[in-house]
Unconditional design. Structure first.
Length: 290
């Protein structure tokens, strides 16, 4: 017998309640105060729209020094029948070490049976397996003080869509960029443009997630790779993931068929040393109005 969304959401709430009993201290679990009530309201009246996906984080103290490692959790509505979206991070980990830690976590979670609650299992795995990465990070810092040069590569993707309107799609884009520590922007309207920059594996994971299951009118128009001996953060054109909206032309009616002011967008690109991207995205050379 097929498992319903309602049954999955009920299990998610039970798991959250269990986690709060295991991590009762303030700051150990961070969860938006309206997240659980929104799910509860849906369970009382399942005829309405689905609630936002549950998102929260669990902060762990690892090792004798109790170094903070945060496990960020995002639950699809059909979890635990499908896999949760998990991302472990720590301020003391380099990007590559963080990537390796998350690769190990994903491998472990994928080995578990679907239908089982897996967040506590993920928490325990992070707690048990983070220490070697933290120790390697300390060694890396000591090595860097001896002038060992480590090269990193910034990956930047320019993505074009016929339009970006739907609120749930925009939320998915912003949530995914935040989870993967990506900077850039999302231009809402018609056309829609997304830029993400960060580690290559994170950018490619972002591209995979937002295209699923079948976003037809979207394409990656251009990719940049820039190698540096310093931090890739110094190469970023953007300091956060921005919600980009300009003056619109057209009708705000039922179709929401409005066009963004591309002159303002061109000016924005030039302010961020990316004026050449306009022609790549739209096939014409951009010109600013007087």
């Amino acid at each position: 017998m097929a498992v319903t969304v309602t049954e999955c959401l009920e299990q998610q709430l039970l798991e959250v309640e269990m986690l709060f009993s295991m991590f009762p201290k303030k700051g150990e679990i961070n969860l938006d105060e309206d997240a659980v009530p929104a799910v509860q309201r849906y369970l009382r009246n399942a005829d309405g729209p689905l609630p936002p996906q549950l998102e929260y984080s669990v902060v762990l103290g690892v090792g004798e020094a109790k170094v903070k490692v945060e496990l960020q959790v995002r639950l699809p509505h059909m979890y635990p029948q499908v896999s949760p979206q998990l991302f472990a991070r720590s301020d003391v980990l380099h990007r590559q070490q963080q990537f390796q830690l998350n690769t190990g976590l994903a491998s472990h979670i994928s080995s578990l049976d679907s239908g089982e609650l897996r967040i506590y299992e993920a928490v325990q795995w992070v707690k048990d397996n983070s220490l070697p990465y933290l120790e390697n990070s300390k060694i890396s810092l000591e090595s860097s003080s001896k002038e060992v040069v480590v090269k990193e590569t910034l990956h930047r993707m320019w993505i074009y869509s016929h339009h970006i309107y739907r609120q749930e799609l925009r939320k998915k884009i912003f949530d995914c960029a935040k989870t993967l520590n990506l900077t850039g922007f999302c231009l809402t309207g018609k056309p829609g443009v997304i830029c993400v920059e960060g580690l290559r594996e994170n950018c490619e994971e972002f591209w995979r997630v937002i295209r699923y299951p079948n976003w037809k009118h979207i394409s990656c128009k251009h990719v940049e790779n820039i190698e540096t001996e310093g931090s890739i953060d110094e190469l970023c054109l953007f300091h956060a993931f921005e919600d980009l909206q300009f003056q619109a032309h057209g009708d705000y009616g039922l179709r929401n068929d409005y066009h963004m002011d591309l002159g303002q967008f061109l000016e924005f690109l030039k302010q961020h040393q990316s004026g050449n991207i306009f022609q790549i995205l739209f096939g014409v050379e951009g010109k600013l109005s007087d």
